[in-house]
Ligand binder design. Sequence first.
Ligand SMILES: *[C@@H]1O[C@H](CO)[C@@H](O)[C@H](O)[C@H]1NC(C)=O
Ligand SMILES: *[C@@H]1O[C@H](CO)[C@@H](O)[C@H](O)[C@H]1NC(C)=O
Ligand SMILES: *[C@@H]1O[C@H](CO)[C@@H](O)[C@H](O)[C@H]1NC(C)=O
Ligand SMILES: *[C@@H]1O[C@H](CO)[C@@H](O)[C@H](O)[C@H]1NC(C)=O
Ligand SMILES: *[C@@H]1O[C@H](CO)[C@@H](O)[C@H](O)[C@H]1NC(C)=O
Ligand SMILES: *[C@@H]1O[C@H](CO)[C@@H](O)[C@H](O)[C@H]1NC(C)=O
Ligand SMILES: *[C@@H]1O[C@H](CO)[C@@H](O)[C@H](O)[C@H]1NC(C)=O
Ligand SMILES: *[C@@H]1O[C@H](CO)[C@@H](O)[C@H](O)[C@H]1NC(C)=O
Ligand SMILES: *[C@@H]1O[C@H](CO)[C@@H](O)[C@H](O)[C@H]1NC(C)=O
Length: 843
Amino acid sequence: MAFSSRGFAALALLISSSVAQNSTNSTNAPVNANYDVLTYVNQLIGSNNGGNVFPGATLPFGMAKAVADTNSGSNQGGFTTDGSQITGFSSMHDSGTGGSPSLGNFALFPYSGCAGDDVNGCNYPKITRATSYVNSSVVATPGYFGVELASGITVDMTVTQHTSLFRFEFPATDASGNASSPLILVDLTDLSDSRQDNGTVSVDPQSGRITGNARFQPSFGSGTYLSYFCADFSGAPIRDNGIFVDSRASTEVKDLLISRSINGYPLPGGAFNRFEKAGTILARVGVSLISSEQACSNAKSEIPTFDFDGVHRAAVSLWRSKISPIKVSTNGISTDTLTNFYSGIYRTLVNPQDYTGENPLWESDEPYFDSFYCIWDLFRSQMPFMTILDPATVARQIRSLIDTYRHEGWLPDCRMSLSKGFTQGGSNADNVLADAYLKGISEDVNWDDGYDAVVKDAEVEPYDWCCEGRGGLDSWKALGYIPVQDFDYKGHGTMTRSISRTLEYSYNDFVITQIGSGLGGRQGDVEKYTTRSGNWKNLFKADQTSAINSSTTTFEGFFQPKYLNQTWGFQDPLKCSNIDNNPNDVCSLQNNGPETFESSIWEYSFFVPHDQATLITMLGGPAAFVERLDYLHNNHITYIGNEPAFLTVFQYHYAGRPGLSAKRSHYYIPAYFQPTEGGLPGNDDSGAMGSFVAFSMIGLFPNPGQNVYLITPPYFEEVEITSPLTGKTAKIKNVNFDATYNNIYIQSATLNGQPYTKNWIDHSFFTEGQELVLTLGSAESSWGTHVADLPPSLGAYKGFGNFTGSSNSTLKSGKRAVRYAAANMLNELSKKTGGAYWAETEG
Ligand SMILES: *[C@@H]1O[C@H](CO)[C@@H](O)[C@H](O)[C@H]1NC(C)=O
Ligand SMILES: *[C@@H]1O[C@H](CO)[C@@H](O)[C@H](O)[C@H]1NC(C)=O
Ligand SMILES: *[C@@H]1O[C@H](CO)[C@@H](O)[C@H](O)[C@H]1NC(C)=O
Ligand SMILES: *[C@@H]1O[C@H](CO)[C@@H](O)[C@H](O)[C@H]1NC(C)=O
Ligand SMILES: *[C@@H]1O[C@H](CO)[C@@H](O)[C@H](O)[C@H]1NC(C)=O
Ligand SMILES: *[C@@H]1O[C@H](CO)[C@@H](O)[C@H](O)[C@H]1NC(C)=O
Ligand SMILES: *[C@@H]1O[C@H](CO)[C@@H](O)[C@H](O)[C@H]1NC(C)=O
Ligand SMILES: *[C@@H]1O[C@H](CO)[C@@H](O)[C@H](O)[C@H]1NC(C)=O
Ligand SMILES: *[C@@H]1O[C@H](CO)[C@@H](O)[C@H](O)[C@H]1NC(C)=O
């Protein structure tokens, strides 16, 4: 999900026309494994320019996520580096999301003293207490975040699974030179001012322990959630304490019951402690979704002695062990490239969050994960990446998804803060389950229940399909498509997206067959869902054209909306594309949204992940398909900052042109993904963008929901990935590697020493620790181009000729890409494509 920044054409895109480097010395270089992977994690990537990442302290999948919150309009992840001010230090967050800011509950805020030494001399409301921070003071490393406020107070923090440990360093004197009497407040106001009625807070006069709870709203879903905390303090004797409401405070009152925020106004309310002296004061904040008692016991058992360094060390060590299974050769590789890579990996392991033991909604011994935010984003590459790097956690996440189905009736499509999030397209948890199933995720997973869950998505329409399952199932089954302006009286949801829903439902039905075939005994289902997985064809209008600026693109055949009565409707294939500048077009979940979700018919044209062969034939054959993909990218119709673009980068593989996938991958990375604060092209979406970078750079991009990775050369001379499940190490080596990426075309390959011509590989590569050796050159070759080399597809590949060689010739400068009409022109096409093929179409 992301539809914010459209104007990225301004980003000057330079395709480097680099000179081939001397590569004679680059074969068989061993991975230099002596580096610390954490050196290359920069958590501030995406903390500006709408990346919305959570840059703070967390464990992998941790529930406690501590960071400074700012008053930025883009503070979905808490902290930003956009010149905004800090309003507090809170302990729960999501990462990379759109929508309203998530969580950000129970923020602390420090003062060295209150004016006149009167507790009413401090500023309590979030709006008035906002304070700048010293830019250069920000330190964000795995398990750690620190910053200095303009007030001179430094705050740093580390975490365990459910507990934040904040360390406040108060100067000895306050601004006027008086001795400090520090005050730390806890505010019941959350990041998005969503607090509901009856928030409570209490402070214990002697110990200074502050406990409380409040009900809040999820940021992109329905319902509310109740959250609890328990804050203990250490480091200085308590001077006095009390509560505040609005801008007034009292040391006489120790308990507060407060109503909701009023029309989004963050009615302040909370408690505070004042301390006898300055120096270091620690605040240990336990969080819980069960009770304040549980928040206190979580905190006490996880951080019994306020040992900041010990907690920090444990967090670092956990992160290092999670990420270290991936090592690369750093020969010739810049720190920027390594940082891009490892930071992407890091971000894939921040969410979903492990709330096991903290789920008040049902009794179960199964794990409970939350912040699947949203599966429409996560299924494409984040979940598959975790399946390689952390399969044990994926097994627990799958169990959680299935358990959510058991107790709430449906698999979630988006979930945050114990609430059902909004569904964007199909029932894409089906894809997540199928991907995990095909890749052998099995530890304690009840796959029979998993299968029942995906079949229910396909068969039973929820009364309210805003937030789970699928709508329009009667039409789906009877007509074989989701009609525009469907008649649907059985369930209710936003009646838009008929094309993208049809495409996603088709794929969802296909992935059911993948689980069904594997489980066995379900042949009838497999046939039924295989048939339904072809429903996408019913919206293909073979004579539909598309024009840009009233001039035809020459492409014919696009998906179009269709009414209940089988009559075609019309949607401009470019509507809601990245180059749609019509200010009246709304493209997301609005009631007047289009028939395609957050993107265009142009881009959705490629979303038939299970039957690329048939799609290629329908679009005019492999050459026309390649030409259309090129047009999509070269004209910026697609937007790499939103997830539907991901697979289109690599779909050249299906047309027998794996070299063009490699080239396209380098077109986007690093131009659109840079290791800088503003370096992400859109919302990170929980780590989806990070996983796109990570997969692209290891050179094996998944077609999620299938046991398929599309092979491109890694961005490193060598990559080694040790499977945490089997302990075996998979290796990919580039022969003739050059770090300027002129040699990005595979000439030949071996797998475990045997010649390998398929342009894809399956998951056993990772679990069995296989070795792939790719010999590279500076021009496309015939490797991976034959029909027998292509990835699996439901239909048969047709119209493929023989690739008879490559050429390094380029199109003449200034000329637009030549259009190739014939279906069987691979040889011809290859002669016209070379290093500068895309560069020159950039103008
Ligand atoms: C490449 O390196 C080898 C080994 O040092 C050297 O013999 C050769 O001249 C170099 N070639 C070029 C084109 O620089
Ligand atoms: C070959 O690579 C090694 C290791 O990076 C380096 O020490 C050596 O100087 C290189 N040799 C040549 C001829 O470039
Ligand atoms: C801190 O960084 C922000 C964002 O880049 C900038 O607007 C602000 O001017 C910087 N402040 C100082 C004091 O440099
Ligand atoms: C500092 O202390 C003096 C003397 O007690 C007091 O009058 C003054 O208000 C204090 N200043 C602040 C800012 O609290
Ligand atoms: C808040 O508490 C009062 C008093 O117990 C109760 O009447 C009211 O229903 C509660 N409000 C909500 C939203 O639960
Ligand atoms: C269409 O027109 C706009 C505005 O004049 C222009 O910026 C854009 O480049 C044109 N697109 C094409 C593909 O010609
Ligand atoms: C089918 O339904 C659409 C939408 O109501 C209508 O515009 C169209 O005329 C109908 N076609 C026929 C053949 O009745
Ligand atoms: C491709 O080459 C094979 C073997 O050389 C040949 O049998 C086949 O007919 C060729 N196919 C086409 C479409 O030219
Ligand atoms: C490209 O082809 C030309 C002419 O055949 C040749 O001279 C040149 O060395 C080639 N360049 C590369 C990088 O292969």
